[in-house]
Design a protein around this ligand. Structure first.
Ligand SMILES: Nc1ncnc2c1ncn2[C@@H]1O[C@H](COP(=O)(O)OP(=O)(O)OP(=O)(O)O)[C@@H](O)[C@H]1O
Length: 573
């Protein structure tokens, strides 16, 4: 992102809040004006002291200026912080909205922990650009200009000396700014990487423990944390270099003004009270110059964060699925010479896949691991786009289906972790929030979950634990099927659980599949002999192609691979 375009993007975030921002800014300015008046009022106090006249008036003025300055500045700061929170909220909503609409292929590339850090950490950084970066800088500019005007009124020569020093040191500071932005971007990337490795360890928590890999994982996350610290130190180094320049500018200017001012007082060109007031104004420059430098640093940090936020927002999004399918008849699916590779440089996973599933009934996909069975589902759902050939659902090219309508037509049951945290009811209603109690009851009966529900302490309101760990493998899969059925799919894609099921669960799952296949089209990636023996047709896949199609009896007689699959570990008998 170029400097100009990132500032434009920043402006887009700020725009909805500009009313409050202006009000807060104005309060800040009034506060600054009250602050600016103080040295002048101090001069009156000193003059009144010298002239032996009453100090009551000037002292009262000074008190009022202090009080007004304090109250108004506090109000301004609150409004700014409030706006900052509003901007973070807006940025988070937009970012999360985009994340959940990203294409599967893009999410494969990105790491979940890193995505999380963009929503939490980077958006927070963005806020500091606004509160410290923009607003304080505007107040600081006002203070700076005001102080300079007042100093010009006091003594032009001394002002010239001051400005010379400030401009030279300010120019040097500006050179540091791009380095701060670069270091900050790297620091945020390191934080994202740390989130990603930690996420990896937490996702595979049981495996980490079972493998005795706790210490090694702690090392890996620790190394990422050290990376983040190192990058953070770089930012700190550049930032303190920028900060010290403020101090230097004022100290050097002070010495120069003292020398030149002293000479001017001696020559009678300037009064002592004038020199005192000038020096007070000079110290007034410390805060605004400091704020400007700080503001510039914050701006660099915020722009670095903005770059990371935009990296996600600039990725293409997808439309969301409709709540319910259009139509209710079962639909068939057809693959015709489909060629698909996961990346341009990858070997094809499907290399001319052709098969046809007519509407209704049960079709089983079988084949050795890596044959491309799950990829068939991913292509039908359009998680990825096939490169050659034709895929039709209900006789219509899937590229011609509006994506939301296509996905609403399909039910999809994943093999792994198909249950989400929350209650059983929340899980069932996940894909069809509008389903009635009657629909729910029917889905539970069809998936033979009704006795499970009656056994659970709180029935449908029972929490199922993170990823449904409180349910057995077979129950999880049936919950996932019930969830898919509540959407009334016209084609159910079911990736059968590979886990061993007890006899009761196995029987129930078989009954459920047979019953559903009587009403709609079911395409199942089969891992059980019982499923394939019941199937109307079986598609045997091998190394990215379809090797044979037929019923169990036909294939056992006619296909060596199938016979082997049916007899060995690929199908759980
Ligand atoms: N998201 C992905 N990115 C890159 N390659 C992938 C992706 N998903 C699968 N693959 C590769 O595609 C090939 C086919 O995978 P697929 O999951 O379709 O096979 P499968 O027949 O379903 O195997 P299994 O029965 O073991 O699940 C595998 O070699 C796998 O490494």
């Amino acid at each position: 992102m170029s400097g100009e375009s990132s500032l434009k993007v920043l402006a887009a975030y700020v725009k909805p809040h500009r009313g409050i921002l202006v009000a807060g800014g104005l309060l800040g300015l009034v506060g600054s004006a009250a602050g600016l008046a103080m040295p002048l009022l101090a001069k009156y106090v000193v003059d009144a002291f010298g002239e032996n006249s009453s100090m009551a008036g000037p002292l009262l003025g000074l008190t009022i200026a202090v009080l007004v300055g304090a109250v108004v500045s506090a109000g301004g700061t609150y409004l700014m912080e409030r706006t900052g929170e509003g901007i973070v909220l807006g940025a988070r909503r937009r970012l999360v909205d985009r994340m959940l609409r990203l294409k599967v292929a893009d999410v494969d590339r990105l790491k979940p922990g890193d995505l999380l850090s963009r929503v939490t950490g980077d958006t927070t950084l963005l806020r500091s650009v606004l509160t410290n970066g923009i607003v304080d800088s505007i107040g600081a500019v006002f203070m700076l200009v005001g102080a300079i005007v007042m100093m010009a009124l006091m003594d032009g020569v001394l002002l010239l000396v001051t400005l010379l020093v400030v401009v030279v040191i300010g120019g040097m500071t500006a050179l540091v700014m791009p380095r701060i932005q670069k270091a900050q971007h790297q620091a945020q990337e390191a934080v994202g990487e740390m989130g990603a490795v930690l996420d990896r360890a937490l996702q595979a928590f049981r495996t980490v423990k079972a493998s005795g890999a706790e210490e090694r994982e702690v090392e890996v996350v620790g190394a990422a944390a050290e990376q983040a610290r190192d990058r953070g130190l770089q930012v700190a180094g550049w930032t303190s270099l920028a900060g010290v320049s403020t101090w230097m500018a004022v100290q050097i200017a002070f010495l120069c003004v003292l020398a030149v001012g002293g000479a001017r007082v001696a020559s009678g060109a300037l009064e002592v009270s004038g020199l005192i007031a000038f020096l007070l104004y000079l110290f007034y420059l410390v805060a605004p110059i400091g704020q400007l430098v700080e503001g510039a640093v914050q701006l660099q940090n915020g722009l670095a964060a903005l770059r990371r936020i935009r990296e996600i927002e600039d990725l293409p999004g997808e439309p969301v699925s409709l709540a319910a399918p259009v139509g209710s008849d079962p639909v068939g699916v057809r693959f015709e010479d489909v060629v698909f590779r996961y990346g341009e440089d990858r070997a094809p996973v499907h290399d001319g896949v052709s098969f046809e599933v007519p509407p209704g009934g049960l079709t089983a996909l079988v084949g050795p691991s890596g044959a491309g069975k799950s990829t068939v589902f991913a292509l039908i759902e359009r998680f990825y786009e096939h490169q050659e050939g034709l895929i039709t659902v209900g006789g219509r090219d899937i590229r011609d289906w509006p994506l939301g309508e296509l996905r609403a037509t399909l039910g999809y049951v994943e093999q792994d972790a198909p249950v989400l945290a929350g209650t059983l009811r929340e899980n069932l209603l996940f894909a069809a929030p509008e389903a009635t109690e009657e629909d729910l009851r029917r889905a539970l009966t069809r998936t033979r979950l009704d006795d499970l529900v009656s056994r659970l302490p709180e029935g449908l309101e029972t929490a199922v634990g993170h990823r449904g760990v409180l349910l057995s493998g077979g129950e999880r899969q049936r919950v996932a099927i019930a969830r898919a059925l509540l959407r009334r799919p016209r084609l159910l894609l079911l990736d059968e659980a590979t886990s061993q099921l007890d006899a009761v669960n196995e029987l129930r799952l078989r009954e459920v599949i047979a019953e559903v296949a009587a009403e709609t089209t079911v395409l199942v990636i089969a891992h059980r002999l019982s499923t394939v023996t019941n199937a109307d047709r079986i598609v045997v896949m091998e190394s990215g192609g379809v090797r044979a199609v037929g019923t169990h009896e036909e294939l056992v007689g006619g296909d060596d691979l199938y016979r082997e699959l049916a007899a060995t570990q690929f199908l759980v008998s």
